[in-house]
Design a protein around this ligand. Structure first.
Ligand SMILES: C[S@@+](CC[C@H](N)C(=O)[O-])C[C@H]1O[C@@H](n2cnc3c(N)ncnc32)[C@H](O)[C@@H]1O
Length: 281
């Protein structure tokens, strides 16, 4: 039977071993994984053990130190990219209204997708902006720690098998909306029509390590990313987001992100708590 420390290969990962791997990555690559929630980080390590046939934490630790390229595989496995087009359809109805009410008159809208994964959140917001006639005026930056996820996001490619799920979500968002206006047959599968990604910049970036400037963004999406972070890391990232938002700018988090205690009333207006929309005061 498996416990939190035991992986299916029969090898146990103790807290000390987990920390020594985090320590090796920090020392060798200056990448900080200390703030990930331990249980969930151990589960990611289990996946890495299975995928790369490691038989002990020592093997993983020494490969981390010796093989410079391995860190990319490591990061891609540690990050969990679960996402969907029109994920939480009701939220997107609220989002459309927020944009219509607050940005119709604005000439330029600056947006940051923090933890964009394989791009579905970017495509969804682009569809909403197209519906509102905002396409040319939205400039976005999309960041993620996973280079694989970013590559997929920038390519616009979607997995064909996920189309029924996307269509279901889309219908829940708006019953007469159609996907074929936004996706087309491209090289090697179905792709999001490139003109909708023209003003999106993709950037590999670790939320914990990087600074994102002051008063830059009208909207920041940080949905279902901080869920894997511990309290101090959440606090740190929320402080960066707060600084990066313009006064009156909107922060959008995921339904499972438990971080209300960090979104203090003094800094954020709870604009729509049910749909997880907050506004910088
Ligand atoms: C579950 S996905 C969320 C995708 C999208 N925001 C959504 O809600 O559908 C979480 C993403 O956060 C990224 N991520 C995890 N830790 C990160 C970090 N420290 N810095 C930047 N991105 C990170 C993962 O690589 C993954 O793509």
């Amino acid at each position: 039977m498996s416990t939190d420390n035991t992986i299916s290969t029969g090898v146990e990962i103790t807290d000390e071993e987990m920390r020594s791997i985090q320590d090796a990555i920090m020392k060798r690559y200056s990448i900080d994984f200390f703030n990930y929630e331990p249980k969930s980080f151990k589960r990611r390590l289990q996946r890495i053990y299975r995928k790369f046939n490691f038989t002990s934490s020592f093997d993983l630790w020494s490969r981390t130190l010796k093989d410079k390229d391995f860190v990319h595989d490591f990061i891609n496995e540690v990050s969990v990219g679960l996402t969907s087009l029109f994920r939480d359809p009701e939220f997107w109805q609220t989002f459309k209204k927020v944009c219509k009410d607050h940005f119709s008159e604005q000439y330029r809208i600056n947006v940051w997708h923090a933890g964009c994964s394989s791009g579905e959140e970017i495509y969804t917001s682009a569809i909403v902006w197209d519906e509102l006639g905002f396409t040319g005026k939205v400039k976005s930056i999309a960041t993620d720690i996973s280079s694989n996820a970013l590559k997929t996001a920038a390519s616009g490619k979607i997995i064909q098998a996920k189309l029924p799920e996307y269509e279901r979500n889309l219908k829940l968002y708006q019953s007469n909306a159609r996907l074929d206006k936004y996706f087309t047959e491209g090289e090697g599968g179905i792709v999001f029509i490139p003109k909708f990604l023209e003003k999106v910049t993709f950037k590999n970036s670790n939320l914990i390590m990087e600074d994102y400037g002051d008063n830059q963004y009208d909207i920041i999406f940080c949905r279902n990313v901080l869920i894997y972070f511990d309290g101090p890391a959440k606090e740190k990232v929320i402080a960066k987001i707060y600084r990066a938002l313009k006064p009156g700018g909107f922060l959008i988090i995921g339904f499972l992100d438990s971080m209300l205690s960090y979104l203090t009333d003094e800094k954020f207006e709870y604009y729509d708590l049910r749909q997880r929309v907050f506004r910088k005061r």
